[in-house]
Every structure is written in structure tokens, then in C-alpha cells.
Design a protein around this ligand. Structure first.
Ligand SMILES: *Cc1c(COP(=O)(O)O)cnc(C)c1O
Length: 358
């Protein structure tokens, strides 16, 4: 059987050891006689799982003590509504559009109040992050929203803008835990789990204390970050099994040496693929070099009539889900934390082979 490497943008590859551990613990978690799926969310077993997941995430990202960590539902897209519900009251907000996901965030937020576009790279087909000095920021805005890694377009922020006292709200769904970050530079960080964390549906929100308690009156308790924080993400039944799997991924990351070590591996993986793409006219990537994503790498064949042949051959070689997003076309290799360097080596070897045969 050929070895399979899964390049899906999400839901995406998980560490094999995590899946094996979940399998081993499926019927009887730690001698409890129950599967994690069957446990009361308020019982001592699940409470210990939730507490350990949060503690390990805090360790991995060095989350300061004045930030709350929430385990919510509805994926990252639900937060597109919860952010304005929780922060926008009586104010305006600045959004920066660097790709499909931040564009969607604007569309979702508009219904709640005045959203201003501080900068956009749409006219250049989302091939870079607009220079920070060019952003038209309003110093009275409630927040500035950015997406620090655009999963579909393959654009990643290098550094951060200075927004003064206006908190930055960042969608980090597709590169959270792939590199160290300074959490204290953000007001809110949110991430859907299905890229670098675990099962789809779970969304992690890291929010600074002083931003809690500003929600509009129409915000029901389940969507209110403050009531969720006050109730340890248990204002209703949380997605218990997803939190358990996320916790196993956090343990795996700690065992890998933490985020600094995984970043070293991610840099090496991305360099391998970009260096090869840049070395040949057969393939191309058109993102400004300093904004090229380490996680999501779109690329095009010079002769697009070979796309189907490329994908068919890739499948036969065990290289799965390389088709580009329909809005961008071409190919896309998502190489998240759980993708081993061997997978990228196999992809590059296949790409070389395909190029020399065509
Ligand atoms: C995948 C993704 C989303 C959407 O997440 P859902 O779980 O489908 O809500 C939003 N933003 C980014 C950056 C993503 O990669």
C-alpha cells in the first residue's frame, strides 16, 4: 500500500499518534469505564480534561493571566458574528481585507453596525498584505479585525501593525500554534479547530479581560464571551469530544518541543516546497515573498490543461486533496503542523517527476 499524505486545507491531517491514542482510549478513558463522549461535562473526569487542555494551550502560547481561553462552538465563522455582538456596541470597527476569509468577516459583521475597510489587497488579487503605513485606521474604532493567515489565498502576515490603543482582533484559524506569537499584542485571537488543532466545529477564543462585558443587550448568554468566561465555556454543553482531541494535540505539540520547535520544522517544510516552485517555470506561486504562507501554499502549473493529470497522478502516489480552492484555481498544498517533512519531500519528488514527464 502506498503511504498517504493528506494536504487538505481543512478539516486537515491530525498527528497519527493522537488518532491512535484516541482509538486506544475510545471505550474506556483512563479506567473510568466510559468513552469521553459519554461523560457528564460537569463530572470530574471531563473537568480534568478541559482544565488540562486549557493549561497546555496556555503553556504553548504563553497566554498572559489577564486573558481568558474559551472553547466555543460554531467554528470560526460563528465568531464573525460574535465579535461585533461582543465589541461593536455604539462604535465603528476597522477591517483589513487580505483574502477570502477576511472578506467574509466583513460581510458577516456588516449587519451589526458600521464596518470600515482600513485596507484591502482585493484589487491586486490578494497577493500581499497592504503596507501597514497605508492602513486608514480610526483611533476611535472598537477594534481592528485582521486574518493573519489567509487559508485560501496563501497569504500570511509578517509582523503586526501598530494600532495604538485599538485592540487587534485576529482570525488565526489556519496558523495558530504554527509559530510563536505575542498574545499581549492582541485583544482577541480566535481559531476554528479543524486546521491546526482538532475536529471541526470547535472554536478557540483567547480574549483580554477588559474586553469582556461590552456585549450588546441582544447577545444571548451562549454567544456572550463574558458569560462563557464566567462559566468556563459551560453555559451549555461544550463540544466535549472535540475539546478532548484538541487536548491530545496540545500534548503532542508539547512533546514535539512546543511552538518554537514546530516553527523550525514548518520553516523547513515551506522552504522545501517554495524553493522548488521558484526553481522551475513549470510551476509558480504569485504571492509576495514576505507574505507567503508557511501553512497553505497555492501553486499553478504553467500549462493548466495538465491540472487533471497532475491531480490524478498525485492521488495514485498517495498525495491527497491537492486541488486548489475554486476561487483561486490551480493547486494548493496545506502543510500544517501535523504534516511531516516526509510528506513535503514526497510532494516535491512527485512534482519533479511530473514536470520531467510533461
Ligand atoms: C477555515 C477557516 C474559517 C472557517 O472556519 P469554519 O470552521 O468553517 O467556521 C475561517 N477563517 C479562516 C482563516 C479559516 O481558515
Amino acid at each position: 500500500m502506498v503511504k498517504i499524505y493528506n494536504f487538505s486545507a481543512g478539516p486537515a491531517v491530525l498527528p497519527k499518534s493522537v488518532l491512535e491514542r484516541a482509538q486506544a482510549e475510545m471505550l474506556d478513558w483512563h479506567g473510568s469505564g466510559m468513552s469521553v463522549m459519554e461523560m457528564s461535562h460537569r463530572g470530574k473526569e471531563f473537568t480534568s480534561i478541559l482544565e488540562k487542555s486549557e493549561a497546555d494551550l496556555r503553556t504553548l502560547l504563553s497566554v498572559p493571566s489577564n486573558y481568558k481561553v474559551l472553547f466555543l462552538q460554531g467554528g470560526a465563522i460563528a465568531e464573525n458574528a460574535m465579535i461585533p455582538l461582543n465589541l461593536l456596541v455604539d462604535k465603528t470597527a476597522d477591517y483589513v481585507v487580505t483574502g477570502s476569509w477576511s472578506k467574509r468577516s466583513v460581510e458577516d459583521a456588516c449587519v451589526f453596525g458600521q464596518i470600515d475597510i482600513a485596507a484591502s489587497s482585493e484589487a491586486e488579487n490578494f497577493t500581499h498584505v497592504p503596507a501597514y503605513a497605508s492602513w486608514k485606521l480610526n483611533k476611535n474604532a472598537a477594534y481592528v479585525h485582521i486574518c493573519t493567515n489567509e487559508t485560501i489565498n496563501g497569504v500570511e502576515f509578517d509582523g503586526l501593525p501598530n494600532t495604538g490603543d485599538v485592540p487587534i482582533v485576529a482570525d488565526m484559524s489556519s496558523h495558530i500554534l504554527s509559530r510563536p506569537i505575542d498574545v499581549s499584542k492582541f485583544g482577541v485571537i480566535y481559531a476554528g479547530a479543524q486546521k491546526n488543532i482538532g475536529p471541526a466545529g470547535l472554536c478557540i477564543v483567547i480574549v483580554r479581560d477588559d474586553l469582556l462585558g461590552r456585549a450588546s443587550k441582544q447577545t444571548s448568554a451562549v454567544f456572550n464571551w463574558k458569560t462563557q468566561a464566567d462559566n468556563h465555556s459551560m453555559i451549555n454543553t461544550p463540544p466535549t469530544y472535540s475539546i478532548y482531541i484538541a487536548g491530545l494535540v496540545f500534548e503532542w505539540l508539547l512533546k514535539q518541543g512546543g511552538v518554537a520547535e514546530i516553527e523550525r520544522k514548518n520553516i523547513a517544510k515551506a522552504k522545501l516546497l517554495y524553493d522548488y516552485i521558484d526553481s522551475t517555470d513549470f510551476y509558480s506561486n504569485n504571492i509576495k515573498v514576505q507574505n507567503r504562507s508557511r501553512m497553505n501554499i497555492p501553486f499553478f502549473l504553467a500549462d493548466e490543461s495538465l491540472n487533471n493529470a497532475f491531480l490524478e497522478g498525485a492521488n495514485q502516489a498517495g498525495l491527497l486533496q491537492l486541488k486548489g480552492h475554486r476561487m483561486v484555481g490551480g493547486m494548493r498544498a496545506s502543510i500544517y503542523n501535523a504534516m511531516p517533512i516526509e510528506g513535503v519531500q514526497a510532494l516535491v519528488a512527485y512534482m519533479k517527476d511530473f514536470a520531467s514527464n510533461h
